[in-house]
Design a protein around this ligand. Structure first.
Ligand SMILES: Cc1cc2nc3c(=O)[nH]c(=O)nc-3n(C[C@H](O)[C@H](O)[C@H](O)COP(=O)(O)OP(=O)(O)OC[C@H]3O[C@@H](n4cnc5c(N)ncnc54)[C@H](O)[C@@H]3O)c2cc1C
Length: 416
């Protein structure tokens, strides 16, 4: 069924009886050409592009829970391509371009909203480093503007410009960045993949791999064995646990990241704002809630809930930036498990096992990467060659010392 304004009009006149489920609920088949493990954004996008762009069939996505229950439905919805390093920026800018056409492409309203992101700077050296980042973005075809204090004051007059410790001196603005309704992305890709024949199998946990003579021939699941010619793993925060079942130890740690939503307020913040003197980022949802977050909790865990010291730290960042946030009540908060790589950048690569492929290490920036990651992983699975925008995202960069250390903090996943 094609979704359109005409369709909504027709259904309104006929009592909305014609809407069907957005995707099927098939039983797993004994064998597929491609099995994708993980029904998050990345796994679903991979299956969608495998079918649509690479004309592959006999594809299954195996999800241990339900579609949208992982990080794809837990993030703070920010999409942007304001990276500095050559390994990252072309990839994230490619992702931005895919976001810009995504709703038309998969025929689903994902509420892509290019409302802009403003990264504030609070000192002269920080201005210099943001100018450098802006120039790198422009050189890779992205948009970037440096705003002085007066321009920022015009946009957001309520910010705490004269904070004695962290005066706001200006900001780096990317107008094409913004927010996308996170779970609608999972649903849109699921529906698009299903329409092209992909079997999306929920409540199906992968518990092991069938590997013989260094080659994978399928997976063991809670719903029986499934044979596959190629297996792609895209399980984000569960990467370490899953790949251990194939005998691999990854350069990845799992950490919890929390998100927060305030009660609904009148329209206050038109775009996304990030505080440059601590870790705090905020936007306002279309329902009116302020959606915000900050640092990871800083210890290894697979729990999808965080702790009070980080709640306090995030709220302190918010208060330093916009004191009026202290009068809003917190409505809800939750956590998600992050696959933090050793240099803060992702991995999309073959593994040492023939036919077994890996996608992960997204840290807390993987939502914005969803379209490009899906396309790049589909390309790798279909052609056995890295996608042109993802040639740097290889395992061997750690052995060869070619790390993509975007934050410049070294092998410290708790600081990325
Ligand atoms: C609080 C928070 C805020 C964030 N904010 C942003 C942001 O603003 N912008 C941004 O770009 N990124 C953000 N991120 C990061 C982003 O959400 C993730 O990097 C991205 O969603 C990870 O990819 P995914 O969607 O495929 O993961 P997931 O949705 O987690 O998908 C992985 C799936 O694999 C399944 N799975 C695990 N093990 C198995 C198994 N053995 N068998 C079968 N299935 C399995 C899981 O159930 C899960 O559904 C945030 C994350 C969090 C937690």
């Amino acid at each position: 069924m094609h979704y359109s304004g005409f369709r909504i009009f027709k259904e309104a006149l006929t009592g909305h009886k014609g809407w069907g489920p957005a995707w099927r609920n098939p039983e797993p088949k004994p064998e597929y050409d491609f099995v994708i493990i993980g029904g998050g954004g990345h796994g679903l996008a991979t299956a969608y592009y495998l079918a649509k762009e690479y004309s592959q069939s006999r594809i299954a996505v195996l999800e241990k829970g339900w579609i949208g229950g992982g990080n794809v439905g837990r993030n703070t919805t920010i999409v942007r391509s304001n990276y500095l390093l050559a390994g990252n920026e072309p990839f994230y800018e490619y992702s931005m371009k895919l976001w810009e056409g995504l709703e038309q492409d998969f025929n689903y309203n994902a509420m892509v909203s290019q409302r802009g992101i403003l990264n504030l700077f609070h000192s002269d050296p920080q201005r210099d480093s943001f100018i450098r980042r802006g120039n790198a973005m422009l050189l890779h075809g992205a948009d970037a503007e440096i705003l002085d204090q007066a321009a920022v004051r015009k946009m957001y007059p309520f910010l705490n410009f004269d904070n004695a410790r962290f005066p706001i001196k200006g900001g780096l603005l990317q107008k094409r960045a913004g927010t996308v309704r996170h779970d609608a992305v999972a649903w849109g890709y699921a529906r698009g993949a299903d329409l092209r024949g992909v079997d999306i199998i929920q409540n199906c946990e992968v518990t092991g791999f069938s590997i013989e003579n260094g080659k994978v021939s399928g997976v063991e699941t809670t719903r029986g064995k499934i044979a596959a010619k190629k297996v792609g793993c895209a399980v984000a925060g569960s990467s370490g646990r899953l790949m251990a079942k194939a005998g691999m130890r990854l350069p990845i740690e799992s950490h919890v990241l929390q998100a927060f939503v305030s009660e609904g307020l009148k329209p206050t913040i038109s775009g996304v704002i990030t505080f440059g003197a601590g870790h705090f980022y905020v936007s306002q949802s279309d329902k009116g809630g302020l959606v915000f977050g900050g640092d990871i909790d800083g210890y290894n865990t697979y729990a999808q809930r965080g702790n009070m010291p980080t709640v306090e730290d995030v709220c302190e960042g918010g208060m330093a930036l916009m004191p009026m946030i202290g009068r809003a009540r917190l409505l809800r908060s939750w956590g998600g498990v992050m696959d933090m790589s050793m240099d803060g950048s992702p991995i999309i690569d073959k593994t040492e096992v023939e036919g077994l492929y890996f996608n992960g290490g997204w840290c807390y920036g993987g939502f914005k990467a969803t379209p490009a990651s899906g396309m790049a992983f589909a390309h790798l699975l279909a052609t056995d060659q890295p996608h042109q925008t993802a040639t740097a995202f290889r395992f061997d960069r750690f052995a060869k010392g070619r790390v993509i250390d975007e934050k410049g903090v070294g092998a410290q996943p708790n600081l990325h």
